[in-house]
Design a protein around this ligand. Structure first.
Ligand SMILES: O=P(O)(O)OC[C@H]1O[C@H](OP(=O)(O)OP(=O)(O)O)[C@H](O)[C@@H]1O
Length: 187
């Protein structure tokens, strides 16, 4: 959808009617706790941190400054929703420029929904010879449709009910990744 074709009124209505599940302040506190948990496990492992684009960008930007140890940062881009509200096949767009072989990897993403995206990325990193792969997400959506072999991330900041979510990196039809909290669409 191009910026001009988009139904701005609909997008504004989605924001106006959404339920705020977590404010920016709630999230910042949850990220402090997440950073402590990750640090306990990874502080001396010199990990390669991979941001999953696009949704992982806000989590990564807010979390990485709270990780007070040696790490390297790169990104990976795989997508299965592509501005739709239902997921399909995992399409690869960009693989990391940094060598994964022999590294402890920490994959950062916004949401663990059905789990296919993180399962696919974890398996890709293992296939490339990572020595260990950890996953961390901002939010885990609570439902029994976890279709992937991976049922949860190693580190989870927050949980949310089974509604379509946006904000803090998560999009609604390509928009509102910039919303300053986690919101549930009110359909
Ligand atoms: O657990 P799953 O059901 O696989 O869904 C989670 C994935 O879906 C979203 O990505 P999307 O494909 O929408 O791409 P985006 O990051 O560009 O929004 C989100 O950022 C996660 O990567």
């Amino acid at each position: 959808m191009s910026g001009e074709d988009v139904n701005k009124q609909h997008l504004q209505q989605v924001m106006d009617e959404a339920q705020c599940l977590y404010t920016g302040r709630d999230i910042d506190q949850a990220l402090d706790a997440l950073a402590s948990q990750i640090s306990e496990v990874m502080a001396d492992q010199n990990p390669l941190v991979l941001c999953v684009m696009n949704g992982g960008i806000v989590l990564t930007g807010q979390l990485v400054p709270k990780l007070n140890f040696l790490l390297q940062l790169d990104y990976i881009h795989a997508t299965r929703y592509r501005e739709q509200l239902q997921g399909s096949d995992l399409q690869w767009r960009v693989t990391p420029a940094t060598e994964v072989k022999g590294r402890v990897v920490l994959v950062l993403d916004d949401i663990f929904d059905e789990g296919e995206t993180l399962a696919g990325i974890k398996s890709w990193c293992e296939g490339k010879g990572a020595s260990a792969v950890y996953t961390a997400v901002l939010v885990d959506k609570q439902h029994d449709r976890k279709t992937a072999t991976l049922k949860k991330a190693d580190f989870t900041a927050l949980t949310a009910e089974d509604k379509y979510l946006f904000g803090y990196g998560m999009d609604y039809k390509g928009y509102w990744r910039n919303a300053p909290g986690i919101y549930a669409v009110n359909f």
